[in-house]
Design a protein. Structure first.
Ligand code: LCS
Length: 393
């Protein structure tokens, strides 16, 4: 069946599977490092790219390919490369697009290491970067230089929950001869498809919503253009950051339920965000589904739902946040997000500890901010859990 005619949930369930004649309903795990050639000439033709086929799992594998095809189809791209982790996806994009002396403009409130890798490591090779508040397109426009090759946006951003106008950022990128890459981890392809909004590259930490069960670390990059795909693939196989077949199998299994998980979690998130906003001990709540969120209207236009991520600050600041995190019982105090289980964490001392306080403040979040990833538990139970923990603050 042509996937273009299918709805999102049908694509999620059936994507990427090419039955091998065995009758297997699921994609088998091709747990092999290498693939036999039919002849010396066949091996040479595969290496020369004259024939299509599998050579060696770092370069490609049927289980991994099934995942790549499925996510590429969901995101509306020509192909994808799956990586060992989300950072593998981020670093492969940077390494493929940024030559010595090149410059990139990024969202200031990206996941800490997505910024740290450029500022601490790629800077050693002469790569320049400017991280700005990309919720204001003029900031991007002003940061672009003649040597800018990449605009890198994370939307919604982690953990500040800032939303960037993807179509507007794409226009700036293309007027200036550079590419727009979007980290779509927080939304997932179920809620947002950046390529359709004009981005050239979309990437994910599949560790989060795409896999959704807190049992795999992985990443994926989807692109619109075959030449860019080849460039990314070439960099990835040299860095050695490929996904492995068992990882891919688990992610395919998780992906099938992305729609039902996201629908369920965001329904809970909306209830919890509204409850938190009305709580006397809560100073502020950032949930893009709340009308009080500064980019609520933009999110309504470019996303089909508001997702399951909430960030909030208590009136007692950091100390109050610590008391809350130490007293929740149903939510788990852990980093990561986007799984079926609700997680709570403290960005300033955990996920974003690698950024300076000034950088965190410039990125729009204070040391008191608490991040809450809503799972698929009963919202009433999660609210009761927060209620008893807040009573101790
Ligand atoms: N992009 C975003 C938006 C992320 O949130 C993360 C990880 C990554 C990329 C990197 O992906 P990974 O290599 O971990 O698969 N975010 C994390 C977080 O907020 N807590 O733990 C990891």
């Amino acid at each position: 069946m042509k996937s273009a005619t299918l709805g999102m949930n049908s694509k999620l369930v059936h994507g990427g599977h090419h039955p091998d004649g065995s009758g297997a309903v699921n994609v088998p795990i091709y747990q092999t490092s290498t693939f036999a050639f039919e002849s010396a000439a066949h091996g040479a033709a595969l290496f020369a790219g004259e024939e299509k086929g599998y050579i060696y799992t770092r370069m490609g594998n049927p289980t991994i390919h099934a995942l790549e095809e499925s996510v590429a189809d969901l995101e509306g791209g020509v192909g994808a490369i799956a990586t060992a982790s989300g950072m593998g996806a981020v670093s492969t994009v940077y390494m493929a697009l940024l030559d010595q002396g090149a410059h990139m403009v990024g969202t200031a409130s990206v996941y800490g290491p997505s910024r740290g890798f450029v500022e601490k490591h790629l800077s050693r090779f002469g790569v320049e970067s400017t991280f700005v508040d990309t919720t204001c397109l003029d900031n991007i426009r002003e940061a672009v230089r003649p040597n800018t090759k990449l605009i890198y946006v994370e939307s919604p951003s982690n953990p500040a929950m800032q939303v960037t106008d993807i179509a507007g950022a794409a226009q700036i990128a293309h007027e200036n001869g550079c590419m727009l890459a979007v980290d779509n981890t927080f939304a997932s392809p179920y809620l947002q498809r950046p390529l359709a909004l004009g981005a050239d590259i979309v990437l994910h930490s599949v560790t989060k919503f795409i896999n959704g069960h807190a049992d795999v670390v992985g990443g994926i990059v989807v692109v619109k253009d075959e030449e860019v795909l080849a460039r990314l693939h070439n960099v990835m196989i040299h860095l050695g950051g490929n996904m492995d077949p068992h990882q891919a199998f688990l992610v395919i299994r998780g992906l099938k339920t992305l729609g039902v998980r996201v629908e369920r979690a965001q329904e809970g998130a909306g209830k919890i965000a509204r409850w938190l906003e009305a709580h006397p001990k809560v100073e502020s709540v950032r949930y893009i589904g709340l009308p009080s969120h500064p980019q609520h209207e933009l999110a309504k236009r470019q996303m089909s739902g508001f997702g399951a991520m909430i960030a909030f600050e208590l009136k007692g600041g950091l100390d109050a946040g610590r008391t809350l995190m130490d007293n929740v019982r149903l939510a788990t105090l852990a980093v990561s997000l986007g799984g079926v289980e609700t997680l709570i964490e403290h960005p300033a001392s955990m996920t974003h500890a690698s950024m300076s306080r000034e950088a965190r403040e410039a990125a729009g979040f204070s040391d008191g901010l608490v991040r809450y990833s809503v799972g698929i538990e009963d919202a009433a139970d999660l609210i009761a859990d927060l209620e008893q923990a807040l009573a101790k603050v």
